[in-house]
Design a protein around this ligand. Structure first.
Ligand code: TA6
Length: 303
């Protein structure tokens, strides 16, 4: 991991009218993007896109007021990167949920202004002795974030070893909603899902609505989802590539209270719709090969 200071990173990667590297919460470096289309902020801690706001729109991503900004901690909100597994480790409960890359500092490896006025940010993370102790495979991750009228986030996982590896993960997006009890998620109608709250596998009837703790893994779906949010008068779209599973999560009251970095009364204002490679949708990557998990997030005013 680079030991460059914020000043050094800014000197290397700043672009007038597009990119500046600044000290964020806890003094951790963040990449601040401001261009003709939108504003965005990317924390090097976990390569987490913690803010996205197209011009003329309200913020799209949610971050808890209680989020912790510390080494080894994932930020509660934005788009945490779950990799190389989703959820609990398949066989070893002593290993961290959702893998280990969301809690590590990433390297800023490139910034560029695109001809259409968008901005591209590239971040990287490779294996180390610490990661191999958790997961015995050489890898190189690259995250490409494109900030324009839409936000595109693409995680490419390359196998830099001599044996194939199996990986899972998710782009664990937290969306800011006006009132989670009145939103409707379209795109999952008729899909089978693992219900982690009520148990069992069920079939989605109609749009997804939230009226209690919700934790579902929708299976065999490549569909784009839309989140209709009447309280904020907008529709968020979540498109994807490289994924056949979608996760919907809201902790509701009791689980929110159990989470130290989540405010007791914050759950009505957030909703996770995650582009995933959940169990049953993991990917085998051959030596020298790569898998790309991608989401494109848009927002439009309604009514
Ligand atoms: O994506 C949904 C989920 O897997 C839930 O089970 C819930 O635990 C959530 O992720 C948050 O996990 P975290 O490890 O960030 O507290």
């Amino acid at each position: 991991m680079s030991t460059d200071t914020v000043g050094e990173l800014n000197a290397r990667f700043a672009i007038d009218g597009h990119v500046a590297v600044e000290a964020g919460p806890g003094g951790f470096p963040v990449v601040a993007v401001r261009n003709a289309h939108a504003g965005a902020t990317i924390a090097l801690q976990g390569a987490n896109v913690v803010a996205f706001q197209p011009r003329g729109q309200e913020p799209v991503l949610w971050v808890s007021q209680h989020a912790v900004y510390a080494e080894g901690k994932a930020i509660r909100g934005g788009i945490p990167l779950c990799w190389p597994w989703f959820g609990p480790h398949p066989t070893d409960p002593t290993k961290p949920d959702h893998g280990f890359v969301r809690a590590r500092p990433w390297d800023l490896i490139g910034t560029a202004a695109a001809d259409d006025g968008a901005t591209n940010i590239r971040l990287g993370l490779a294996d180390s002795a610490e990661t191999r102790a958790l997961w015995p495979h050489p890898f190189a991750l690259e995250l490409v974030v494109t900030v324009g009228a839409t936000l595109r986030v693409a995680l490419a996982a390359r196998d830099t070893g001599s044996a194939p590896f199996v990986c899972g993960g998710a782009l664990h997006s937290y969306f800011d909603v006006g009132d989670v009890t009145t939103v409707a998620i379209h795109g999952l109608e008729g899909c089978a899902y693992v219900d982690k709250v009520g148990g069992g596998v069920k079939t989605q009837q109609g749009p997804v609505t939230i009226a209690g703790e919700t934790d579902r893994v929708y299976q065999q779906t490549t569909a784009t989802c839309t989140i209709d949010d009447p309280a904020l008068g907008r529709r968020i779209s979540v498109a994807k590539e490289g994924s056949r599973s979608t996760v919907v999560w809201n902790p509701w009251r009791d689980k929110a209270r159990r989470l130290a970095d989540f405010g007791d009364d914050e759950y009505p204002r957030m909703l996770c719709v995650e582009v995933a490679n959940a169990p049953g949708d993991t990917v085998t990557v051959p030596p020298g090969g790569a898998h790309r998990l991608e989401t494109t997030i848009g927002v439009e005013k309604q009514g």
